[in-house]
Design a protein around this ligand. Structure first.
Ligand SMILES: Cc1cc2nc3c(=O)[nH]c(=O)nc-3n(C[C@H](O)[C@H](O)[C@H](O)COP(=O)(O)OP(=O)(O)OC[C@H]3O[C@@H](n4cnc5c(N)ncnc54)[C@H](O)[C@@H]3O)c2cc1C
Length: 432
């Protein structure tokens, strides 16, 4: 409908590797095999390994295609910890160097991003939309596709509404790229109930309309909505850790923890920061965009504020501090570069106040997600029916389709697999 969807709102990170020119320029060697070993584990159980393999082995080519479309990525490495760097650096780590993944595959940074501070999604989409709008390509905006046109069992176009008027568009085939369904409460209840009541990582228009359109088409075999893992392959999590335990784990560990904590409901989980004075003045987006809500001079005082058992909490802090002095973290395996004893006062954040609250006045739950399941597709984007047949003329890509993900997510793989498998779907549709 609009020109850029959730993609334009996004951080703009693309998960690319296997030895891209940016990785090489920053001094990292990487292989498709290492990328596959990492992703096939990190994307969790039920990942589509055929798609993961194609994605990893086609990643350098995909990077070069993006560059040929005008996408600019600076050959400089961001070594900090912010989720969205306030720099123009083009490369960053996305959990590859955190345990257990650094023990599974040789780590290499694979987060590729555009040359603007913070979110780079708008720039990415402006560039790709400008490239796609080359002569001969007609782009219809403010037009809502409402149903598929099916003739003799083949999808041959879409019906649509524009400014209150009905229109129809005929084509040899249709590629659905209408995004996910996190904004559709009924679909969440049916396929991803664990996301109900939490924040939504979307532009507000991820209403599943493309998936519903495909399901509503009049044909013998309805399409298969892939919920191998319950369509609940939710991502972009904010819940960091449980009360009574300890400090900021690496980005990826945080994701794993949030998956663990999220089913417990809305009980607050509060990340900790040593030296609350420093924490208060920092206030950057590396801390979920929020300032500490609690500050105390001792673990016991902080525990009282947080209503958690004081002695267990104080013992955990003391044990963590003892190990941190020696550059070790047997409890959480935090990278030694970031290990600091928690001294000089403690602060705690309330992640419910951070990104994606449910409204401006009501705090969120500390967790927000989007959906990664969708129409079941082949690696070439064909939508499959419930009986595994290709539906003639119907293709899908992006979050309207089931991509390569399993039950977990790595930042950059949504824009990554959307563009990668979108190209494949477009090529196959054009060839058909
Ligand atoms: C704040 C934020 C940060 C994120 N950061 C990252 C990141 O750094 N890296 C990453 O990989 N992912 C990130 N994501 C996730 C990622 O942006 C989305 O998963 C991805 O953009 C989905 O792409 P898509 O093409 O499937 O859908 P979209 O980009 O949402 O595009 C769908 C388009 O279809 C249109 N549409 C919908 N229904 C209809 C209809 N019936 N008729 C006509 N048009 C329709 C919509 O208006 C929209 O323009 C982020 C998301 C958010 C919100």
């Amino acid at each position: 409908m609009d020109r850029a969807g959730s993609s334009a709102l996004s951080g703009g990170e693309l998960y690319l590797g296997g030895g891209t020119a940016i990785q090489q320029a920053c001094g990292f060697s990487d292989t498709a095999d290492d990328m596959f070993d990492f992703l096939s584990t990190a994307l969790g159980p039920h990942a589509d390994l055929e798609k993961v393999r194609l994605y990893c082995y086609g990643s350098v080519d995909h990077y070069e295609w993006l560059v040929s479309c005008g996408v600019v990525i600076q050959p400089t490495m961001f070594e900090g910890r912010a989720r969205m760097p306030a720099t123009t650096d083009g490369l960053k780590w996305l959990g590859e160097n955190a345990r257990p993944y650094n023990e599974i595959a040789k780590p290499a940074p694979r987060g590729h991003r555009g040359p603007v501070p913070m979110s780079t999604g708008q720039l990415l989409m402006d560039t790709l939309v400008a490239h796609a709008s080359s002569p001969g390509v007609s782009v219809e905006v403010d037009t809502r596709a409402t149903s598929l046109i099916v003739e003799d069992g083949r999808v041959v176009g879409v019906n649509a509404r524009r400014y209150g008027a009905d229109e129809s568009f005929r084509a040899d085939s249709v590629v659905l790229t209408t995004g996910g369904f996190v904004d559709n409460e009924q679909m969440l209840a049916d396929h991803a109930p664990s996301l109900l009541g939490h924040g939504k990582v979307s532009d507000g228009l991820d209403d599943g309309s493309g998936i519903l359109m495909a399901q509503g088409r009049r044909r013998r075999h309805p399409p298969d909505v892939d919920d191998r893992s319950g369509l609940h392959r939710a991502a972009r999590d904010g819940l960091p850790r449980d009360a009574g335990q300890l400090p900021g784990p690496s980005l990826h560990q945080r994701r794993r923890l949030s998956r663990t904590l999220q089913p417990r409901g809305t009980r607050p989980a509060r990340p900790l920061l040593g030296d609350h004075r420093r924490g208060r003045s920092r206030g950057d987006h590396g801390h979920w965009g929020i300032h500490p809500s609690f500050a105390a001079e001792t673990p016991e005082e902080l525990a009282a504020d947080l209503s958690i058992p004081a002695s267990a909490f104080a013992a955990t802090v003391a044990s963590y501090n003892r190990d941190a002095v020696n550059g070790q973290d047997p409890m959480f395996h935090k990278d030694s570069r970031w290990l600091r004893p928690l001294t000089g006062g403690l602060a705690a954040f309330d992640p419910r106040l951070g990104f994606f609250p449910t409204s401006t006045t009501v705090p969120g739950t500390g967790f927000s997600g989007f959906t990664l399941g969708g129409l079941h597709t082949t690696p070439d984007g064909h939508v499959l029916s419930m009986t595994g047949e290709r539906i003639p003329g119907l293709y899908a890509a992006g979050r309207a389709s089931s991509g390569m993900h399993g039950e977990r997510y790595i930042s950059g793989t949504s824009l990554g697999d959307g563009t990668f498998f979108g190209r494949r779907a477009g090529r196959t549709a054009a060839a058909s």
